[in-house]
Design a protein around this ligand. Structure first.
Ligand code: XUL
Ligand code: CO
Length: 438
């Protein structure tokens, strides 16, 4: 079989923090145990198909720039076969346990749905074989209901029931192949489920339709006998002006209103959080507090740019704080860290894909180790415990348990006067955090 990444002859090895070899891990040591589990088990890294293999560097101002042999044919199915071979070569050489795909990434759309589905069956069959051969597993699958022009006004939230039906048919098939491939999850990212102008939009009706689609998916999952966890991936905007799955809290309200909380968790993406005006860790904390933590699309944005730049995550602070929250939330079960990230347009060589993923895996490995140390030391948790200590005393407990009414609270204040102030100690805590970043 042709090698699409000939510069890498053997799986990327762990060589320790002093290694000067760019094609080694300095911190990610798959079998090393941290808090009783291996790093591989904690981090559950996945490579995404769309950016890593299908993005060729095109942007709204220019065409693709990247050199990729597996795309070097005009026969769409031949390219799909070659790309899948290249992908599994990459997964195994990088040493990631998982991958993720959209239906339309792995097999090109044909003239009719029936033809398209046949193509998907062929490629999914090949993917199953490659999974069996290599041991690489599917973290999640999804359906691309946003690229084709039929979806320009949305998929489930389209004003046309015919388009709704098309999206449903597509999702049905994508769920089937995800199930066949033993996917641990299935993601819904509502790329065009929102609006460009309210002047032509019936928001209430669109939200009802979005919920209908989610219920249909939940029903079909059951019918299939599938065990994959379903996720909604929040994002506030882009490509639409406003997306309904705006952020974790917005998705939560939607799931509660429509009785869907039993069926969905969230897939939190770092750059989507920042587009919504939150930090990445805010979104994760919201999930942990509300039993919504599912999976993560690991990437980063650019402070100076207001769009989804999908860069590889390298910021150790962000990785450490994210992992601190994930660990406190019990760690991943079905989810993992999927690199929904793409190379910059000037990084044209296939080897750049290795550098990007190695750096990001090392960043999260460092983040994991730092987070584990923060947990073991317990200083931050102890600080939080002390800050809320009043709630562990009788008076605080009575409020929490609904035993104190307004009159009782008033009586307490009349008796005890002004509350004592206490410093939040933010700077002290930030200094402590800095000491962990070694
Ligand atoms: C888009 C995005 C998607 C989803 C899957 O911003 O993040 O790639 O992760 O559809
Ligand atoms: Co994503």
């Amino acid at each position: 079989m042709a090698a699409y990444f000939p510069e890498v002859n053997a799986p990327i090895a762990y060589a320790g923090p002093d290694s000067k070899d760019a094609l080694t891990f300095k911190h990610y040591n798959a079998s090393e145990k941290v808090l009783g589990k291996t790093m591989a088990e904690h981090l559950r890294f996945a490579v995404c198909y769309w950016h890593t293999f299908k993005n060729l560097g095109g942007d709204p101002f220019g065409v693709g720039t990247m050199v990729r042999n597996y795309n070097g044919t005009t026969d769409a199915m031949a390219a799909a076969h070659a790309t899948l071979d290249a992908a599994f070569e990459f997964f195994t050489k990088l040493g990631v346990p998982y991958w993720c795909f959209h239906d339309r990434d792995i097999a090109p759309e044909a003239e009719t749905l029936a033809e398209t589905n046949k193509r998907l069956d062929v490629i999914a069959g090949k993917a199953k074989q490659l999974q069996d051969d290599t041991g690489v597993k599917l973290l999640w699958g999804t359906s691309n209901c946003f690229t084709h022009p039929r979806f320009m006004a949305g998929a489930a939230t389209n004003p046309s029931p015919h388009v709704f039906a098309y999206a449903a048919a597509q999702i049905k098939k994508a769920m089937e192949i995800t199930h066949e491939l033993g996917g641990a999850g299935y993601v819904f990212w509502g790329g065009r489920e929102g609006y460009d102008t309210l002047l032509n939009t019936d928001m209430g009706r669109e939200l009802d339709h979005l919920a209908r689609m989610m219920h249909l998916a939940a029903d079909y999952r059951k019918k299939l006998g599938a065990t994959f966890q379903m996720y909604i991936e929040p994002k506030p905007k882009e490509p639409t002006k406003h997306q309904y799955d705006f952020d974790a809290a917005g998705c939560h309200a939607f799931l509660l209103k429509y009785g869907l909380t039993d069926h969905f968790k969230l897939n939190i993406e770092a750059n989507h959080a920042t587009l919504a005006g939150h930090t990445f860790v805010h979104e994760l904390e919201y999930c942990v507090a509300n039993d919504l933590l599912g999976s993560i699309d690991a990437n980063r944005g650019d402070m100076l740019l207001g769009w989804d730049t999908d860069q590889f995550p390298l910021n150790i602070y962000d990785c450490a704080l994210a992992m601190y929250t994930v660990l406190r939330g019990g760690g991943f079960t079905t989810g993992g860290l999927n690199f929904d990230a793409k190379l910059r347009r000037q990084s044209t060589e296939p080897i750049d894909l290795f550098h990007a993923h190695i750096g990001a895996m090392d960043a999260f490995a460092r983040g994991l180790k730092i987070a584990a140390k923060m947990l073991e030391d317990g200083g931050f948790a102890e600080n939080v415990r002390k800050r809320y200590a009043g709630w562990d005393e009788t008076f605080g407990k009575d409020i929490e348990n609904g035993k104190a009414d307004f009159a009782a609270l008033e009586a307490f204040v009349l008796k005890h006067g002004e509350p004592e102030t206490q410093s939040g100690g933010q700077e002290r805590l930030e200094n402590i955090l800095n000491e962990y970043m070694r």
